[in-house]
Ligand binder design. Structure first.
Ligand code: NDP
Length: 479
């Protein structure tokens, strides 16, 4: 069985402990043994990053462009192979996985260009003969803690801006899916960066993650994952005066109005709710439908959900891969039970799917006759489970859409300019989609939410520099 080590200070370093990376489509398939770092190794990685930050922080925009561009080029060249690894370890389908790898490449390309575009400002002082310069500097060492649902794209959208703006990083990927982060780091290790600029410490959140969060040497922490872990990390980092950025859950609404194109609305709902096995923070989990289109919508979405082909992530016929692991599978099934107990009507799915091999296969679950107060409409499931809420009109739909602790992505299907414009302005979410699924975003624009979904600066696009740089104001008297 192949063993995969941590990458610290420019060296591949063995660990005392290794964990199996298991394919959720086929539990007999072990992808490899991945290092599970100790607290000491996490310390070593932070020290290496601190040392490297002096060197990399002084690099030229050309050095940064060259490294990021090289990484992007190799990711594109190896997209099919890396996509297969991703599908095998996380369970999203091969096209989804290859698409995610391509996205990682696009992000590195984009931030290669951003490294050349970082500018400052020169302004006149209010005092005579004095100039004021406003410049941006690297933060120093950035700690990155990433989840299992986008094993290469999320590490990419944190590492790329961090190094483009001259920081060094310590990344701890989710232990469940270390393979893609390891493969990305291996590519990065040959990009000409000074030793210690990017350090990979695979291992558990409670061991490695907590060390990163606690270290005074880590100037900023960027986290994506669950609300509970995110809030706990925020409190610790803020208490020690560090910078923090959190991307957490969602309970994203998709509003369907009477005048919507039925095919578009059903396509948005099915795509948004069930693709990537519903394991996206931008998934549409509350489908809010006005009464004039309700019956036609339910008939069509039920038929299309029922017809979705669940199976092995690497099988070309599969549309919905397995749930990522046993714990998440049990969480999903538990929410199905809760919904049934609270009176929701299950129109399809919600059971284990038999796909001829041992894996965490679940038939996508669609509930109707649900009310906004039900648990299924309050808490994030993070699986192939969606519920429909019937409402009278647009105003009620908007009220229900905003009635949540989260605020990541909010969608509407309508041909009305009046309603789409109003929704865009009044939806309490970081991202609004009109006639598009709530999931599926571009890489060159900001990503993030409001309320319980996010905290701190936006990720991605040129907005990423707000988190990954510090502003300095210099006053110069021409004596
Ligand atoms: P977690 O929030 O537990 O994990 C996210 C990352 O944080 C992982 O790398 C994890 O490490 C790490 N971590 C865990 N505990 C700590 C800690 N004490 N200190 C520092 N880092 C820590 O999410 P899970 O993966 O357990 O998923 C649970 C739920 O979170 C899902 O059901 C879903 O609702 C939500 N989620 C949301 C995501 C999103 O994109 N918004 C993505 C993934 C999950 P480890 O390797 O040990 O897990």
């Amino acid at each position: 069985m192949d063993k995969f080590d941590n990458y610290i200070g420019g060296q591949w370093v063995a660990a005392d402990k290794y964990v199996e990376n298991i394919n959720p489509s086929d539990l007999s398939d072990v992808i490899g043994l991945y290092a599970s770092a100790s607290k000491e190794q996490a310390h070593e990685a932070i020290d290496a990053a601190e040392k490297a930050s002096e060197v990399w922080g002084a690099s030229t925009p050309q050095d940064r462009f060259n490294a990021l561009d090289k990484i992007a080029t190799e990711i594109f060249e190896r997209a099919a192979e890396l996509g297969e690894l991703l599908a095998r370890e996380e369970g999203k389908t091969q096209p989804e996985a290859t698409g995610e790898v391509m996205r990682a490449g696009q992000i590195f390309k984009f931030f290669a260009g951003e490294a050349l575009r970082l500018t400052g400002e020169l302004v006149d002082s209010v005092r005579p003969e004095v100039d004021v310069e406003i410049t941006r500097e690297p933060v120093g060492v950035i700690g990155l803690i990433t989840p299992w649902n986008f094993p290469i794209a999320i590490p990419a959208w944190k590492i790329a801006p961090a190094i483009a703006y001259g920081n060094s990083v310590v990344i701890k990927p989710a232990e469940l899916v270390s393979g893609s982060a390891w493969a990305l780091t291996e590519i990065i290790s040959r990009a000409g960066l000074p030793d210690g600029t990017v350090n990979l410490v695979m291992g558990s959140g409670r061991v490695v993650g907590e060390e990163i969060v606690a270290s005074e040497k880590v100037g900023a922490v960027s986290f994506t994952g669950s609300v509970g872990t995110g809030e706990m990390i925020r409190n610790k980092v803020v208490a020690r005066g560090g910078k923090i950025q959190l991307e957490m859950g969602g309970k994203n609404p998709l509003v369907v109005l009477d005048d919507a194109d039925l095919d578009t609305a059903v396509n948005c709902a099915v795509q948004g709710a069930f693709y990537s096995t519903g394991q996206r923070c931008t998934a549409s989990s509350r489908i809010i439908v006005t009464e004039g289109i309700y019956d036609r919508f339910i008939e069509k979405i039920s038929a299309e959900t029922e017809a979705l082909r669940v199976g092995d992530a690497r099988d070309a016929n599969t549309q919905i891969g397995p749930v990522v692991d046993e714990a998440q599978f049990n969480i999903d099934m538990n929410y199905v039970e809760i919904a049934l107990k609270e009176g929701a009507k299950l129109v399809c799915g919600g059971t284990k799917a038999d796909c001829g091999k041992e894996g965490y296969y679940m038939k996508p679950a669609l509930f109707i006759d649900t009310t906004p107060e039900m648990t299924i409409n309050k808490e994030e499931v993070f699986g192939p489970v969606a519920s429909v809420i019937k409402v009278k009109d647009y105003e009620e739909a908007l009220k229900v859409a905003n009635d949540t602790e989260f605020g990541l992505s909010s969608g509407i299907c309508t041909k009305s300019l009046k309603y789409s414009r109003d929704f865009k302005r009044r939806a309490k979410a970081g991202m609004v989609m009109v006639n598009l699924p709530t999931a599926g975003v571009d890489y060159h624009v900001p990503f993030g939410g409001r309320k319980g979904s996010s905290y701190g600066n936006r990720e991605q696009g040129s907005y990423a520099k707000e988190f990954y740089t510090i502003v300095k104001t210099s006053y110069i008297w021409a004596q």
